[in-house]
Unconditional design. Structure first.
Length: 305
């Protein structure tokens, strides 16, 4: 019988092997319209059966509710999976409907303790800086994250939506296992600087929204507006961006950044994610079962197309 489980890739140089297709769990409790708890639990279990072992969440998804929702599943399968969560998106002190970006040491320590409690685990496998706060030196932020590794609270460091130069700066402070950025036919600007930097450093690239937030799946056959529960209204300010291809049924004002622009202002709500390994010698690709909403994962290596 043919093994239907997906291929694997390593997170960074020393991280764990994970399925090349992962599961972004944000939509199970936040952002993309109404959710179904029973269906979400069934999706988690089915994904694990098929070899998905990297599960992605963040403290900002539903103000911690996503981490709480995932906790029973994580506890039941703790030795079988890799937990990725994030910090950096704080509630605005004067407007609870808005988010601000924070990378300062006290806030990072507050966030990791809160996530450990909500997830009900002793250690977080992969801890991302969700967005870059340009008012805090990157070396300082990564230094604090490195201290958390030494204290046994996290295992691997990740960054989200950074430039190639920022990745190199961070990696010089402490090895970075993964970079998470939007990457699809709609958003390819990371190919200019971030992908080469990740390949050079041996950092695993974890693209989110590889299917264009659903618009590349053919799911939207009629013109429609975004559901009222999406997060665009509460996102931090976004810099000017060049247009991405826009399907006829998609009305939106956000634009993708030019390769030379900062990426840290991008909308902070990653969806499903997929891992691209940037350092091996050959490529492999697996097809996601049609019944499974998890995103597609491929393995990107030097010389692959």
């Amino acid at each position: 019988m043919t093994d239907s489980r997906i291929a694997t890739a390593r997170l960074g140089a020393t991280g764990p092997e994970v399925g090349v297709q992962g599961l972004g769990c944000m939509g199970m409790s936040f952002a993309y319209g109404p959710s179904d708890a029973d269906e979400s639990r069934a999706t988690l279990e089915r994904a694990l059966e098929l070899g998905v072992t990297l599960y992605d969440t963040a403290d900002a998804y539903g103000a911690g509710e996503n981490e709480k929702f995932l906790s029973p599943f994580f506890r039941a399968h703790r030795d079988e999976l890799v937990i990725a969560t994030k910090f950096a998106l704080a509630i605005h002190p004067e407007d609870p409907t808005r988010r601000i970006i924070r990378n300062d040491a006290p806030y990072i320590r507050q966030c990791v303790e809160a996530s450990l409690k909500r997830l009900d685990v002793d250690v977080i496998d992969l801890y991302y800086m969700h967005r870059r706060d340009v008012n805090v030196p990157l070396e300082e932020t990564v230094g604090v994250m490195a201290e958390l590794v030494g204290e046994g609270k996290i295992k691997q460091l990740g960054l989200s939506e950074v430039t190639g130069d920022e990745l190199r700066t961070a990696h010089a402070v402490h090895p970075i296992a993964a970079v998470q950025s939007e990457w699809s036919l709609f958003s390819r600007d990371i190919e200019a600087k971030v992908v080469p930097a990740a390949r050079e450093l041996g950092v695993t690239l974890v693209p989110y929204s590889p299917l264009g937030r659903g618009f590349l799946t053919g799911s939207f056959a009629k013109p429609r507006t975004s559901p009222p529960t999406t997060s665009a209204a509460s996102s931090p300010a976004t810099p000017a961006r060049t247009p991405r291809p826009t399907p006829p049924s998609w009305t939106r004002s956000a634009r993708s950044p030019r390769p030379t622009e900062r990426r840290s202002g991008r909308s902070p709500w990653p969806g499903s994610s997929s891992a691209h390994r940037c350092t091996a010698s050959r490529s492999s690709r697996s097809r996601a079962p049609a019944s499974r909403p998890a995103s597609r994962r491929t393995r990107r290596r030097p010389g692959s197309s």
